[in-house]
Design a binder for this molecule. Sequence first.
Ligand code: PEP
Ligand code: MN
Length: 358
Amino acid sequence: MEITKENRKWLDSMGLSHPIVIAGPCSAETEEQVLKTAHELKNTDTNVFRAGIWKPRTRPGGFEGVGEIGLPWLQKVKEETGMLVTTEVGNANHVELALKHDIDILWIGARTTVNPFVVQEIADALKGVDKPVLVKNPVNPDLALWLGAVERFQTAGISQLGVIHRGFSTYKSTHYRNKPKWQIAIELKKEFPNLPLILDPSHICGRRDTLLDVSQTALDLNYDGFMIETHIDPDNAWSDAAQQVTPTQLSQITDDLKIRQKSSSKEEFQRKLTMFRKELDLIDTNLIDLLKDRMGISEGIGQLKKKENVAILQSARWADILKKMIDRGQKNGLNKEFIEQIFRAIHVESINIQHHIK
Ligand code: PEP
Ligand code: MN
């Protein structure tokens, strides 16, 4: 799969001066709740209004969304506020209805991304339509499955794409509702730098007091924006009450986020940074050369031991080296664990080399 700048036109063409903000309630509950929330969000940084019309619930009996009757409410949001609107689609029928009601952006929920049959069904239903599709990560930490879903949409002719990082379920409850596992998103960003990456801190945190912290981490990792659940009366929301914030609280979060400069263009800064980097490169090259020499000596020792039929592992000598190096490291202001890790790795490799002597 190849993702180019063409695939992020839907976002770039908005010409935003801040990361994109998608906000709105977990679920559309009533027309009044939807419109009131939207009008309050109009005074915030929100660019796209979200609301779940069909809600995938873990257990039966919960509120499963208002369904089709909520779609005209989203059309009203568009007419009255000018914001774009988005909702989750979970099957081909949802797609048909969302398109009929002119929903601007569609998102694929975490429980849908896990199922290639359903993803394909949705992608097929979207053939010939070019609305942006945002794919949430699957509930399980599987980058290939996440990307596979994106690829199914691209193959079906959807060119406007993006992904939403909403965290991964765990068996035991933790500090997070869904663990972020940042490494997965970092890898995705490294492989597909043009694919818009949006953070959904609401479903990661499951509570409102940690939203800012998690959002700041994403901003420091150059995410393109946020999807944050926002409700006029969060405590009385029909779904995900604990994690929703009011439009005013949302503004507080977006105001508090520190947007860091990617790098300073100041010449002095650039010059010094280049110098430091060159120095580091030089030292790293030296480290490799030294390691090569050291392993060469280990090989020599190995041959000697083999000839004399002496055991490879000399525990007392190894303990002595480790102690000396830790002492020396500490005298030079280096962390004990760091030195210990390095020398353990060197020792393991050195023993390996000696074992492989024929
Ligand atoms: C949601 O955004 O309300 C939702 C159901 O999200 P997820 O698919 O991430 O659980
Ligand atoms: Mn929700």
